[in-house]
Every structure is written in C-alpha cells, then in structure tokens.
Design a protein around this ligand. Structure first.
Ligand code: GDP
Length: 443
C-alpha cells in the first residue's frame, strides 16, 4: 500500500512529540526537520514541502501550541489540517451537465490506466443509477477498442465504436449524439495515449475538446511514477485545461508523493483514486481521509461507506441474531467471509482502521489472503450437515475434510477450534449483555 514509508516515519516523529507537556521551539524545529525529510523521501515536490513546513511552523509558533496542555497533539492536528488543505481540502465532485449527457473526456499517457479507469468510472456511475456510455476513442493501439468492449461487456455498459478508420474527433461527436438519442446520461471518452506527450496527441485532444465541449477533462496519472506524474499533469494542464486528476495504482508500494503534490503544483484537484486492477477499485478522493491515512490515523469513514454499499443490511442483522443466540454455523461463517472479502483486499481494509496499519506490520500477524482461501476450502469440504451441526465433526470426519480440501489435519483442527472459541465468546458476550437482549450488539 502507498505511503507506508511516509506513515512510519511520521509516526515516529509524532510519537516523540505526543507525550510532551511542553514543546520548545527547538523540539518543533527538530520535528519539522524530520517531517521535511520524510516528505522529500516520499517524493513530494520540494517546493511544496518547503511551503508546507513553513505553514505548519507558522501556525505552531502562533497561539495554538502555547495555550494547549497537549502541545504535541496540537502539532499533529496542524500537520493533518495542512496536509488536507494541500491535497485540496474537500472532495472535488464530478461535474454534472445542466442538460444530459455529461461528457467526460479521459486523457493520459499510455499505461497510466486510462482504459481501465474509464470502465471503473462507468461502473461507479452505474451504481448510482446512471446510464453511462463508453466511447472507444483510441484507434491507434491495436487492442484498445477490444479492451474497452470486453470491459463494457463485463459491467454491462454499452461501448460506442466506429472501428479504427474514423477519426477520434468524429467518433466522439457521434457518440455524444448517440447518447442523446438513447437517453444515456454520461459519456466517457477513452482517448489515445502515447508514451510521451507529443504535439500530435495534444492536437487531437484539443480537437476532441473543441468538438464535444466536455464537462470534465480527467487526466489519468500513474502514482507509481512519483514526481513524473506531477510533471505530466502540469504539462497536460497547460495545454488542455484539466478539470481533475485520477491517480491510479495507489495500491502499489508507491511512496505517495504524487498524491500530495498534484493539487499544489497544478491547481487541479484529484477527483478519484484507483487502488487496484479490479473493476470496483475506484474511490472518490477525499483529501481529509487521505491525510488521515497518511498520518496512520486510519480512515473509518471510507470503511463505513464501503461496508454500507457492499454489505447486505438484512443479512448483517440476521447474522447478528445468530451470533447472539449462538446458532452460528459454518455456513454463516463462510457467508461472513464472503461479505468481508467484498470490501476489498484485507491489507487495504486494515489500513483504514486507526492503528491497524502498525499492527499489520507485526511479524506474527500475517494478513494472508491465501490463508482465507484455505479456510474456504476446508469449509467447502464439509458436508451440508457438518456445516450446520459443527459438533458432529469427529476425528475421522476431520481426516476426510483435510484430505478433501488439500490441507492437513492440523489446519482443520485449528479452524474448528477457532470456530468453537468464537461461538463460546459470542455466547458469553450475549449472556453478559442480558441473554441476547436488545443491548447486545456484535461488531
Ligand atoms: P491505458 O494505456 O492508460 O489505457 O492503461 P490501461 O487501462 O490499459 O492500464 C494499464 C495497466 O495498468 C493494466 O494492466 C491495468 O490493469 C493496470 N492498472 C490500471 N489501474 C490500476 C490500479 O489502480 N492499480 C493497479 N495495480 N493496476 C492498475
């Protein structure tokens, strides 16, 4: 996950400050020196770092720290707020045309993730009950049209193409007409990318822009390329008037500098962040939440939103009841695991919980997706009756389950023990709360 190095370094600076009853100017200078180095090491633009440190110092030296009983905390709070401001302050929303369709033009260098992001965005809009149209405007890369069509089929979003013999400008124009005629309210135009910015590419993008007059021009940049991503954004912005940036590949171990610098350098807000190759791995970018994550303070809001849009509320309630009266079976266990999986990769989920980022790095706590796969295999190797009545599972049944799931008897024993412990704990918890009375609430 991005920012790991930065988060670690900042945490150690802050842990020194946190306990202090009084922060001298010298303490502050020392801390700021370390924050500065941490940011530079995370590939944040040096001018941005310089201004950032100056602002934090100015505020910290003012009234705020002196008056406080917990000056260390005040400084952390100032860093948090300034970092949030640096990334744009609040979430920059996608534009909406007064009269549909809203036209979104996607731009970016080859390989940045433009085509994938177009589909992710279409999926996001579709989830909000919109009817998007994707447009295959990259006629130069041989597989680009096909790639978009495959993605379109996957998410059931129509793709407009006129093959590779019509000019992208004409394709874009006709696509917008097609959307109007067919009641489609968003048009997402995937344009051609190049390895480097060149005249011809810019000219084509400008012509498309002049023809369809998009409501949004989103530049897709690869966070893994660090400062280069910021430079690319700056060059595009000078020629094309971007309305927003989409930062991709934030799931990789990028140092994260691009996320922090883009807005400050180009003036253009990051509107979305992509955190994976999967089609639903695109999130609206919230500067305040990102700052929180960078500072190792978690991001519970995003986690709750994810849970709300992915977890079936009825099922969750039913599960809660089963936990309370301890009628929780292996089938329910599997069901719960599926629900959690829908939230995305486990290490990303843990990053959103305050303090968990650190726990994750502890040697003996491995967040292992393979382990989850093993557990699933074991449960799938049980018979329906065994899943519903776990007490049935004796030694010989365990041996059969191990063989059937390609695991060992120890694996099976361990899982059943964990399951029993969990049920016992739930039971105790529910008794403690008054025998499954109203006050009992799991999770
Ligand atoms: P385009 O040339 O800009 O259209 O790029 P593509 O959409 O074809 O993406 C290039 C590669 O980057 C593909 O292999 C994508 O799966 C991958 N990719 C795109 N976005 C992300 C992301 O957020 N995370 C990761 N890990 N990979 C991504």
């Amino acid at each position: 996950m991005a920012f790991e190095g930065l988060t670690n370094r900042l945490s150690s600076v802050f842990s020194k400050l946190r306990g202090k009853g009084k922060v001298s100017e010298e303490d502050l200078n020392e801390a700021m020196r370390e924050v500065r180095l941490a940011l530079l090491e995370a590939d944040v633009n040096f001018k941005v770092v310089k201004e950032f440190i100056a602002k934090v110092k100015e505020r910290a030296l003012g009234q705020e720290v002196e008056k406080s009983f917990t000056p260390g905390m005040v400084i952390i709070d100032i860093v948090n707020k300034e970092l949030t401001d640096l990334m744009g302050g609040t979430n920059a929303k996608l534009a909406k045309a007064n009269k549909p369709p809203t036209v979104i033009m996607m731009a970016g260098l080859q390989g940045a993730g433009k085509t994938t992001t177009s589909a992710k965005l279409a999926k996001l809009l579709q989830k909000q009950n919109h009817r998007p149209l994707m447009v295959a405007g990259d006629i130069y890369r041989p597989a680009a049209i096909k790639q978009l069509q495959v993605l379109g089929e996957q998410i059931k979003v129509p793709v407009f193409t006129l093959g590779d013999q019509t000019s992208p400008v004409e394709i874009a124009r006709q696509a917008v007409e097609h959307a109007k005629d067919n009641g489609l309210d968003y048009v997402i135009i995937d344009t051609a990318g190049r390895l480097h910015i060149d005249e011809q590419l810019m000219e084509e993008l400008k012509q498309i822009h002049a023809t369809v007059k998009p409501d949004e021009v989103l530049l897709v940049v690869d966070a893994m390329t660090g400062q280069d991503a910021v430079n690319v954004a700056d060059s595009f912005n000078k020629q094309l008037e971007l309305t927003g940036v989409v930062l991709t590949k934030l799931d990789g171990d990028t140092r994260g500098g691009a996320a922090i610098s883009v807005k400050a350098v180009t003036g253009c807000p990051i509107k979305f962040a992509a955190l994976g190759e999967k089609i639903d791995a695109l999130e609206p970018f919230h500067p305040e939440r990102m700052a929180s994550r960078i500072l190792g303070m978690g991001d519970m809001l995003s986690l709750i939103e994810k849970a709300q849009s992915n977890i079936d509320a009825e099922k969750a309630k039913e599960m809660e009841r089963k936990m309370r009266d301890a009628s929780f079976t292996f089938d329910d266990f599997l069901e719960q695991m599926q629900q959690v999986k829908k939230l995305g990769p486990l290490d990303q989920i843990l990053d959103m919980i305050p303090g968990m980022g650190k726990v994750k790095q502890m040697k003996d706590l491995k967040v292992d997706e393979k382990q989850m796969g093993r557990i699933e295999a074991i449960v799938h190797s049980m018979t329906a009756r065994e899943r519903n009545e776990p007490d049935l599972i004796n030694h010989s049944r365990r041996k059969r389950i191990a063989a059937g799931s390609g695991t060992t008897l120890t694996d099976v024993n361990r899982l059943i023990k964990q399951f029993d412990d969990m049920r016992r704990m739930m039971k105790q918890f529910s008794d403690m709360m008054g025998g499954g009375g109203k006050g009992a609430k799991m999770m």
